[in-house]
Design a protein around this ligand. Structure first.
Ligand code: SAM
Length: 443
């Protein structure tokens, strides 16, 4: 698919773009492959891999391996993410250290599926901070939830709402991230559908929608709070115009970040594939300095005693029918539960059945879980069978629940019955491909 002519014409009007020809050329090159590690799961850095210079956690790979074949991918030990987007984690880390060093905060990632930015943001938080990740599209919200669970943090909620629904939670968030749905010009080399879907009308439609989204969410931001707005598109209608809208219609102020050499102190920072190793990505930060009322958090939360499974951080256990969740911020969680569709109300620890506790799959993957069950280490072939939800001969010393590991990373639970075992891996996440899996370790 050729690049649309109207798009090529529009490149001349992009502020700071000195060489449109090399940008055009770069859009026909191969996209690079990069991953971001989960610092709570991987204690040792892959120092043999080249680093993404604007991220503390990102690395480039020389080629694309079969991620499906890697049990560590399913364990949430790393996330496959386009490099430019990793700037978001660095912006959040910088805002926290500059403005919230002595204060715990609550962040909303409004357009969060599939979870690339959210898993980066939560890795930057301290244990008393909270992240709420939202996605309006139901099927995408489920994928977001899956990735949040694999990443494994208890202080991470997931909601499935329209931006307008956040009107009931005024002033709750210290930072709101809007990674807006956009015309996708920055993805033109990864995603050829983006080329065929692009038109000037589509850009105009995206711009109007982006204005609606930031207007809808503005009241949920606290006084003194920050809006981090980003798109994977270059054009001014979806970037500069949204900044102008935030300033003139909402009263926000452009905020200048201090991020290091890679950051241009423009109104809009643009990553250009012709200049860096990554896709097109644009962002700005605005600050809300106008007064904002704050929704009252007055919910009483009835915690229960629960000593079956140990969690390594502060919080309460909350029972919902047969399910038990661990919540690090029970009152804010109750507020979200009242006004929003909360699809991950904390860390799901387990289910009670006839006075017996079954640990949830989430627990096995959680970085906050202190395991007391015996562990069983699988070979690569066994791990593949386990991830396909199969069962196979496996010798263990004791009957009962075991935490299943591959090369030190937890991938789930199984229940050994003596002569065979039940595989507790969630069937809806299982590896479905019948193709032989070709495993090569990235690390
Ligand atoms: N932040 C995500 C990540 O890093 O993995 C990518 C988000 S993608 C650029 C934009 C998201 O906005 C999509 O998941 C899309 O479903 C969602 N979306 C679409 N229309 C929306 C709307 N009207 N309001 C809010 N979000 C919307």
């Amino acid at each position: 698919v050729n690049l649309p002519q109207d798009f090529l014409n529009s490149l001349d009007s992009i502020p700071g773009l000195s060489d449109p020809t090399s940008l055009k050329k770069s859009l026909d090159d191969q996209a690079s492959v990069s991953i971001r590690i989960n610092p709570s799961k991987l204690k040792q850095r892959p120092i043999h891999l080249p680093e993404v210079s604007w991220s503390q956690l990102g690395y480039y790979l020389e080629e694309r391996p079969s991620f499906t074949a890697d049990p560590w991918f399913h364990a949430g030990a790393y996330y496959v993410q386009e490099a430019s987007s990793m700037a978001v984690g660095s912006v959040i880390a910088s805002l926290i250290s500059k403005h919230f060093a002595n204060q715990s905060i609550c962040i909303l990632d409004l357009c969060a599926a599939p979870g690339g930015k959210s898993t980066d943001i939560v890795s930057q938080l301290r244990s008393d901070d909270l992240l709420v990740s939202n996605e309006v599209v139901k099927t995408r919200a489920q994928i977001l939830k899956e990735n949040v669970i694999k990443w494994g943090y208890a202080n991470h909620l997931v909601t499935q709402n329209d931006p307008g629904d956040f009107k009931n939670v005024d002033g709750i968030f210290d930072i709101v991230v809007v990674d807006a749905p956009c015309s996708g010009e920055g993805m033109f080399r990864k995603d050829h559908d983006a080329r065929s879907e692009w038109s000037l009308d589509h850009v105009a439609l995206c711009g109007a929608r982006q204005e609606r989204i930031v207007a809808d969410i503005w009241d949920s931001l606290s006084e003194g709070g920050f809006l981090l707005y980003s798109t994977c598109t270059f054009n001014t209608r979806e970037n500069e115009d949204i900044l102008d809208f935030v300033k003139t219609e909402l009263g926000g102020e452009l905020y200048s970040l201090d991020l290091g050499d890679w950051y241009h102190e423009d109104r809009i920072h643009r990553f250009l594939p012709s200049e860096i190793k990554g896709e097109g990505f644009s962002f700005f930060v605005a600050r809300k300095t106008t007064p904002q009322s704050v929704a009252k958090i007055k919910h009483k939360v009835q915690g229960i005693r629960h000593d079956q499974f140990r969690i390594k951080r502060d919080g309460v256990f909350v029972q919902k029918e047969d399910e038990v969740f661990f919540q690090t911020h029970p009152k804010i969680t109750a507020l979200m539960d009242r006004f929003l569709k909360l699809i991950r109300p904390g860390l799901h620890v387990g289910t009670t059945k006839k006075n017996k506790w079954i640990p949830s799959h989430e627990l096995a993957l959680s970085v906050d879980y202190q395991n007391d069950f015996p562990e069983v280490a699988l070979t690569i072939d066994q791990a593949h069978q386990y991830l396909r939800c199969d069962t196979f001969p496996l010798e263990v010393e004791q009957k009962g629940i075991h935490l299943v590991k591959f090369k030190g990373q937890s991938i789930g639970f199984l229940n050994h019955l003596g002569n065979r075992f039940n595989n507790n891996y969630p069937s809806y996440w299982r590896i479905r491909t019948q193709v032989d899996l070709n495993y090569t370790s990235i690390f």
